[in-house]
Design a protein around this ligand. Structure first.
Ligand SMILES: C=C(O[C@@H]1C=C(C(=O)O)C=C[C@H]1O)C(=O)O
Length: 312
């Protein structure tokens, strides 16, 4: 994945999927996000899907080009991806990114692009509910040009536990004031590592200043940041993992591979300062100046927890 200044649809380059996503504005530095394996990998393309697998994990990417109305092409693209994942035996999609061009602008019918996207995605999950049962941890965030880039990681059965946050209504149960179909995602995925000595991993979804189903701390960047960080702390806490039948627990300082999405460039300095305070000094953090999925959300944060605190 190359987070860059233009969009380049998924291709196979030297046997590996490569996607350029337009998420970085002209003044900021592009960066690469690379998913590595130490096992032999096999890759391929199938229509618009580009994928690679190593026997344990599947990576798959696709792009839905600009549409007057997104729901049908999104549903078709998601269903094609589900079919591939099912055929290759990776039926647990555990982490997904949806980078939606002009996410809060209207489509040709006057519906917000995000709500339109959510309809197609929800229909695909409904149709595949018996095969691809659970909704993954996900991010649904603004991209800087038209079209929607999606990519995901999937694994075999039995390793993934999907987490919710007791402070937040599950997104798939949001009331219809936020759109005709609720967003199809879980707040996080806990992945049990099978290798000896490997630490279990929590993939934290894009998280924002939402309590219940409501945006809180309107027009208050400091408040939204605090609430967002608090939401992540609750989600990864020992107490919440315990509620999900898991013995581990994590702290915000365990979060790494962090993406911080900031709607207004003017808020970047305050957001950077706060993040420097709460995240570990060695954490890998990138800041992206893009729209968030609700016009009233100023900031959103995602990341991956790896260091368990159980034995500290
Ligand atoms: C911020 C929220 O949702 C965002 C949208 C998502 C999606 O639609 O896949 C996933 C996480 C966030 O990026 C939220 O509803 O809390």
């Amino acid at each position: 994945m190359i987070y860059q200044h233009t969009s380049e649809p998924p291709v196979l380059r030297d046997g590996a999927p490569q996607v350029g996503v337009h998420m970085v504005d002209a003044g900021a530095e592009p960066f690469a996000e690379v998913w590595l394996t130490d096992k032999p990998a096999r890759s391929g393309t199938l229509d618009a899907l580009v994928w690679a697998e190593d026997g344990e994990y599947l990576f798959c990417a696709f792009r839905v080009e600009k549409q007057a109305v997104y729901r049908q092409p999104v549903r078709a693209a998601y269903e094609a991806a589900f079919e591939l994942a099912d055929r290759l035996g990776y039926t647990k999609i555990f982490r997904m990114w949806n980078l939606v061009g002009h996410i809060t602008r209207d489509n040709a019918e006057g519906m917000e692009n995000y709500r339109d996207f959510c309809i197609g995605r929800a229909e695909a999950f409904e149709r595949w509910s018996s095969r691809i049962g659970s909704m993954p941890a996900a991010t649904g965030i603004g991209a800087l040009s038209d079209g929607i880039d999606c990519y995901f990681l999937a694994c075999r059965e039995g390793k993934a536990t999907f987490l919710e946050n007791p402070l937040q209504t599950p997104a798939y149960k949001y009331p219809d004031q936020y759109g005709p179909k609720s967003p199809s995602f879980a707040r996080a995925t806990y992945l049990t590592q099978v290798e000896e000595h490997a630490t279990n991993i929590v993939y934290v979804s894009g998280t924002a200043s939402i309590i219940g189903d409501e945006t809180v701390c309107l027009e208050d960047i400091d408040g939204q940041l605090d609430l967002t960080i608090g939401n992540i702390e609750t989600l990864i806490s020992r107490g919440n993992l315990w509620l999900h039948g898991i013995g581990d627990g994590y702290r915000i300082a365990d979060l790494d591979f962090i993406k911080v999405y900031v709607r207004d460039a003017e808020h970047l300095p305050v957001v950077r300062a706060k993040c420097a305070e709460v995240f570990a000094a060695h954490a890998n953090v990138v800041y992206l100046n893009v729209d968030v999925c609700r016009p009233d959300l100023l900031v959103e944060i995602e990341g991956i927890c790896r260091q368990e605190i159980a034995d500290r």
